[in-house]
Design a protein around this ligand. Sequence first.
Ligand SMILES: [Zn+2]
Length: 130
Amino acid sequence: MAQVTKSDAEWRAQLSDEEYYVTRQAGTERPFSHPGFPKEAGHFACICCGAPLFEQDAKFESHCGWPSFSAPGGEIDEHHDTTHGMVRTEVRCHNCDAHLGHVFPDGPPPTGLRYCINGVAIEFVPAQEG
Ligand SMILES: [Zn+2]
């Protein structure tokens, strides 16, 4: 179960409209709306609770329009998702149950997985010096 639980009103107060729509209502941002993530060392954290979710090293350019990772770098939950007439695997933050995106079996080796994540659901955290 999620470690962080907040009411809808609390999430609404904390998040922007788009962040709330994507993470709490399982929405999807428009493709190519977050192309500018830094390439320096660091990791990507949940926009809702700050839990580390993906490592910079696992990020790759999939040209699909959303940030893509070949493996999770933190605790995530995967759920069977049959909405929109498709069978997909939904990815959620284990810590707060935020919707992040979906995982597809067409990624690069060695995992062969593509974690297709909404840019608005994650924030970049630079690596600490030293
Ligand atoms: Zn979270």
